[in-house]
Design a protein around this ligand. Sequence first.
Ligand code: HEC
Ligand SMILES: [Cu+2]
Length: 410
Amino acid sequence: MGSSSPRPRLVPKLSALLALGLACLFLAGCKMSGPQSTIVVDGPVARSQLNLFYVTLAVTTFIFVTVGGALAYAQFRFREKKGEAAGDPPAQTHGHPMVEIGLIVVSTLLLVIIAVPTVKGIAYMEDTPDRENALVVKVTGYQWWFKFEYPELGIVTANEMVIPTNRPIHLELRTVDVIHSFWVPKLAGKKDLMPNRANHMWLQADKADYYWAQCAEFCGESHANMKFRVVSLEPAAFAEWEQRQRGEARTIEAATAAATAEQPRFAPFEQPRVQRALYSPVSDDGIAGAESPFAYWQEMQVTPAPGTEDAALVAQGRRLFLEKTCLGCHSIRGHNAMGISGPDLTHFGSRTTIASAMMDNTADNLRVWLQHPNDVKPGNLMWRDGYVPNKITISDEEAAALVAYLHSLK
Ligand code: HEC
Ligand SMILES: [Cu+2]
């Protein structure tokens, strides 16, 4: 009985904790409209899923408030009062039929309230409406990027799926390796890309915009770096894009194709490390100085004015692309490159990102990617199956030529 330690001052501590908790809740709710928001949505599929979320949220909030409220009330009402000795437990209600029937009926009712819109929502998501008029896009997942084919239009592209607005897009989902998951949060929920079977889903965009998207199923070392973009365009703008993409790769008439100094075929193999900070990752507030990501995408579609490019450098880049064995993995239609294990690069210069949306498609970033792919994207197969076994190194001069060439491919 000797030491009489002072009672800890619980009340101020509790209120500080409460304030912190409230602040956390408040801040967590602040960013509802990020580029991968599922709350601020732009298409009917995402909207139907959001509505289902609200129904579920309402039911679970109701349960939380009633159960939590009853618990809080009981604890307060029946607590031990000051100076009162612990008495006998209150009368028990085991076997109270009204309470038990009531709980069963209310629980069943709550489940039905969630189940009906869930089943309706699944049916809605599975069935592409207006199937004859829908645009078909075949999506194929690769470690760690996406291929997009438009079988009706004869277009192949990668990492940036362009779609018309207000028209259902019917997606066929496949993978060449492991399970991936296709997710454009503002347009539609996830669907897995399964080995040896085709899944399907549909989505639709209400307006012309630029959307962030993501592989949502762990698929190996660079899973977190397997992102992509969806660009939606008004039908007329989509028709123009379609026209450009159908064509073969752009060729610049080289005034002086002679400026192709002999390069050693394979330099001794040595990969210098670079700091990750060397490249600028994509940011959600405007890319590469453009006022918005969508404006940046539009800038990338513009064919450079005649004479603004260094034709000799571009020609050198084109030669290097063949010499460095890049053609073994990449297609550039019309330029003798027909590889299929890497992204199609026929119109690479019109894309806003590099390496499945890891970086903005700027000259500096592209140079870093070509010289040090593994530092940008650990484990990527361009490095593992190409650079390492073939001992590919890219000097600064070679990188400049390849960048000029790849960026000329509008
Ligand atoms: C072994 C096959 C292979 C070789 C060889 C290869 N690449 Fe790649 N390349 C890939 C793969 C796979 C990717 C996708 C990497 C990723 O994002 O995970 C890629 C990505 C790229 C990209 C980015 C495409 C995009 O849309 O994001 C460019 C540009 C590129 N490669 C250029 C080249 C050049 C130039 C060479 C020759 C120096 C080359 N590649 C050699 C397989 C290869
Ligand atoms: Cu993946």
